[in-house]
Design a protein around this ligand. Sequence first.
Ligand code: ASP
Length: 309
Amino acid sequence: MSTFSIALHGGAGTILRSSVTEEKEKAYHSALMAALTVGETILKDGGTAIDAVLQTIVSLEDCPLFNAGKGSVFTADGLHEMDASVMRGEDLNAGAVAGIQLLKNPILLAKEIMENSDHVMLSGKGAEEFAKQRQLAFETEEYFFDEYRFQQLREAIHEGRVQLDHSTSTENKKFGTVGAVAKDIHGNLAAGTSTGGMTNKKFNRIGDSPVIGSGTYANNATCAVSCTGHGEYFLRAVVAYDISCLMEYKGLTLQDACNVVVMDKLVKMGGEGGLIATDAVGNLCLPFNSDGMYRGWVEKGTEKKSCYL
Ligand code: ASP
C-alpha cells in the first residue's frame, strides 16, 4: 500500500511584516496546522483524497482569517459572493459553484454538484436553490460580517479600486483564497479551491477558483492542483490544466511543469500568485511568484509542516 500526501494553501501575496502582530501570525499558523491535521487524519486512517480535500477546506472556510466561507471579502454592494470547485482524479468528475451567497461552506456545494447533479457548474440563485434541496447550511449576514474586511471595502471604494487582496494597500497585497490537494493510500488524487474573490468586486465578477482547469484540476495520471493569485491571469493562462498537460503530453515532472507555468509563463504575463500540487506518487510542489504564500503540507506520510508569508 502506498503512502499519502496532502498540501493546503491559505492564499498568496505580499504582506508587510509591520502590519502583522505576533498574535496574528500565531493565529494563522495554528489555523493552517488545524486544517492540515483534519486532512492528514482522514488520509492516515485510509480515507479518500476527496474527503481529505473537502474537510481541510471546510476547516479553512470556517476560519475568519481566510478569504473563503466565513472570512469572505465584501463585494461593492457590501455582500459576499463565493466561488468554489472540487475535482476527483480517478474519474475526472468535478463540481463548481460561482457567486453563491450566505452558504456556510461553498466547497460542500461543489461536492454536491459533482455527486448529485447532471452538471459541473452552477451559479447564483439557481445554485442557492440546489443547495437548499441538498439541505446544506446557510448563515446570516452577521455570520459573514467582519469589521476589518468592511474597512477594506470602504477604503477600496474610496480609492476607486477593485482589490485583489484583503489588505489595505497595494504594497500590502494578499490573496486569501484557500485550497487543498491530496493523494490517498489507494492512489487517488483530488483538488479543491474556495474563495470570496476580490474586495469591491462588481458585476458578478468570477475569478479562476471555480473554473475547472484554471483554479483547480485533478487527474490520477498526472497531478492535482489548486491555485491562488490574481484570478484574471490564472484564467487566461489556464494554469492548473496547463501543468497537467505539460506532464501528460511533454513528460515533464511536476516540479518542472510548475516552474514553467508559475515562474515563467505567469511572470511574463504579470500574473502574481502560486499554487499547491501533488503528482501521482505524492511528490508535492508549492511554487509561488509572489512574496509569500500561506501553506502547509505532509509529504508521503512524513512530518507535518506549515509556513506563512
Ligand atoms: N484567485 C482568486 C480570485 O481571483 C483570489 C485569490 O487567490 O485569493 O478570485
